[in-house]
Write a protein that binds this ligand. Structure first.
Ligand code: PBG
Length: 325
């Protein structure tokens, strides 16, 4: 029975009915706000390619975290910029490093907010790669030990969840073992399980000062052409003990989010709405070409509709204020 018996427009005639039949909802409960932390006092240095995003010193970060918490956002994701970089990224696992200090300060000021830390070496190495380097090669197994030290130092400082983003093989299992042996059996791992070698990370590398000084990340991050391989990566990370999976970037990979959601229905899934996705919209909005708020909400909704539970996004605060109003 088709038209005129069926008229899909009937379910669109009023806001009341549209609200009632809505299939996907955005909620502040599932937004995660990233922050960049830097040494110093009273620093709020704007990131030029990411309008509205700053590198904050810890004293300036704390009021931001408090504000985010008061808006109902349950979690922050921290990236650190060290004072000095070296070939083995010592700043990443220094018990008194920038992230370790920031986590302690947040846990003192805003104890209930979930603190997620990015576990990777690229912000801390002078060559900008996510692992230990020999010649032009990025070494896998020697990197694992450093990542374990980094994760453990974050958790000792009070991190609730660690998020390894390096894409070395076996890192989730190695970190799980290190945390368990130290008694942190209830700290979760949010794995950047499906992370593509993407040009959409460009602005982030300005923000985190982490661009590779030679070559690129294609020997460890995934080829954008592949989706079956995404299932393999997710599967391995789950076997190794990942609690939450992530697909990254989000918008150009909605199909991948859907595949991971359907293949692993029992596992919470996060998507990272990355820096380039943010900057594209900010730029178009500045030119007056699109309605920023509406496009932002539509993008976040699309990520949820594709199957993500949580969304890591630089828009978290802006979206939360719209959702709350
Ligand atoms: C660190 C890391 C990156 C991002 C998150 N963690 C950059 C990269 O892999 O080069 C990108 C996030 C973004 O673009 O917003 N490895």
């Amino acid at each position: 029975m088709a038209f005129p018996v069926h008229r899909p427009r009937r379910l669109r005639v009023s806001e009341g009915i549209r609200r009632m039949v809505r299939e996907t909802r955005l909620s502040v409960d599932q937004l995660i706000q990233p922050f960049f932390v830097i040494y110093g006092g009273d620093v709020a240095r704007p990131v030029s390619s990411m309008p509205g995003v700053f590198q904050f010193s810890i004293d300036r970060l704390l009021p931001q975290v408090k504000e985010v918490w008061e808006m109902g956002i349950p979690a922050v994701l921290l990236f650190g910029i060290p004072e000095k970089k070296d070939p083995v990224g010592s700043g990443a696992y220094d018990p008194n490093g920038i992230i370790q200090q920031a986590v302690r300060a947040i846990k003192e000021e805003v104890p209930d907010i979930l603190v997620i830390t990015d576990v990777c070496l690229c912000e801390y190495t002078d060559h900008g790669h996510c692992g230990v380097v020999r010649g032009k090669e990025i070494l896998n197994d020697p990197t694992l030990e450093l990542l374990c030290k980094e994760a453990l130092s974050h958790v000792e400082a009070g991190a609730d969840i660690v998020a390894p983003s390096d894409m070395m093989d076996g890192r989730v299992g190695a970190i799980r073992k290190a945390l368990d042996e130290a008694g942190f059996t209830c700290v979760s791992i949010l794995s950047y399980a499906v992370k593509y070698a993407s040009a959409f990370y460009g602005p982030f590398r300005d923000a985190a000062e982490s661009a590779p000084q030679f070559g690129d990340r294609r020997s460890y991050q995934m080829d954008p052409c592949n989706v079956r391989e995404a299932i393999k990566e997710a599967h391995l990370d789950l076997e190794e003990g990942a609690d939450i999976l992530m697909v990254k970037p989000a918008l150009p990979y909605l199909d991948v989010i859907r595949v991971i959601r359907d293949t692993f229905p029992q596992t919470p899934l996060a998507a990272y709405n990355v820096s380039g996705e943010y900057s594209l919209l900010k730029a178009a909005a500045r030119l007056g070409w699109v309605d920023e708020e509406r496009v932002m909400m539509e993008m976040l909704l699309a990520i949820k509709r594709a199957g993500a539970d949580m969304i890591i996004t630089y828009f978290a605060k802006e979206a939360a204020s719209l959702l709350g109003s």
